[in-house]
Design a protein around this ligand. Structure first.
Ligand SMILES: Nc1nc2c(ncn2[C@@H]2O[C@H](COP(=O)(O)OP(=O)(O)OP(=O)(O)O)[C@@H](O)[C@H]2O)c(=O)[nH]1
Ligand SMILES: [Mg+2]
Length: 226
């Protein structure tokens, strides 16, 4: 078989995988939306602070809202354990090597979710590239970028920034210690995607969490349950 034919077949296989993922994601989205659940796909490179952010959100949301978390990692149950320690139900998906979650993995967990739920956060596998191509049935996509990763990342890894609704610049407490131009990262991210809502947060000082929590609650379009 010629190299051209092989490449053509490869493209068709990739299109099939993405097409089938999109279909399952659409089914998940319609089920979760029908239940009034706000589903958020949380993406970033490894260690940018996704689980820490979810722990802090749990502290702030769990008294008035019902929240659950699906954790995606290549190996270990560690992140789900961290969320459960906050009193929030959490399911761990281990991909065994894949660098992103797929909708079919999320679909398997849906029957186990609590009947009454307001927020479902899905922490994707730590990776700034692969998760960008796979919808999971979310309404909101949030990408985290931490200060130590550097301000040049949006233009170098554009897809995840172009397909997200919000950009959360994490670890703002480290700005005084590193060469980092916060305005540059914001400007370059907004050049890629002008509709990005940008938050600057620190899990150490609590900076930015009031605004972030308000944003999620406003996106839920529903009052606290009790
Ligand atoms: N200084 C500082 N450190 C933070 C902040 N948020 C998280 N960290 C630290 O960053 C490290 C990684 O945080 P995690 O929340 O585990 O990151 P993650 O994105 O979930 O990592 P993976 O799941 O492995 O992709 C931990 O040591 C956190 O304590 C922050 O706002 N400021
Ligand atoms: Mg994590």
């Amino acid at each position: 078989m010629s190299e051209k034919t092989l490449k053509h077949k490869e493209v068709i296989v990739i299109q099939d995988i993405l097409g089938s993922n999109k279909k399952i994601a659409a089914e998940i989205r319609s089920k979760l939306e029908a239940r009034g659940i706000l589903t958020v796909n949380v993406m970033s490179s490894p260690g940018a602070g996704k689980t820490t952010l979810l722990e802090k959100l749990a502290d702030r949301l769990k008294s008035g809202y019902r929240m659950a978390v699906i954790e995606g990692d290549i190996e270990t149950e560690r992140d789900a354990e961290r969320i459960r320690a906050k009193g929030v139900p959490a399911w761990q998906i281990t991909t065994g090597g894949a660098c992103h979650l797929e909708a079919k993995m999320v679909a398997r967990i849906l029957p186990e979710l609590p009947k009454e739920l307001d927020f479902l956060f899905i922490e994707n596998v730590g990776n700034l590239v692969c998760p960008a191509g796979y919808e999971l049935g979310e309404r909101l996509r949030c990408v985290l970028l931490s200060v130590p990763e550097g301000e040049d990342k949006p233009k170098k890894y554009p897809k995840v920034f172009m397909t997200s609704d919000c950009l959360i610049l994490t670890k703002a407490d480290l700005i005084p210690y590193l060469p980092y131009d916060r305005e540059k990262v914001k400007k370059e991210a907004l050049e890629l995607n002008p509709r990005l809502k940008v938050f600057v947060t620190s899990a150490v000082t609590g900076q930015g969490f009031d605004e972030l929590v308000d944003f999620f609650i406003a996106s839920l379009r529903r009052p606290p349950h009790a």
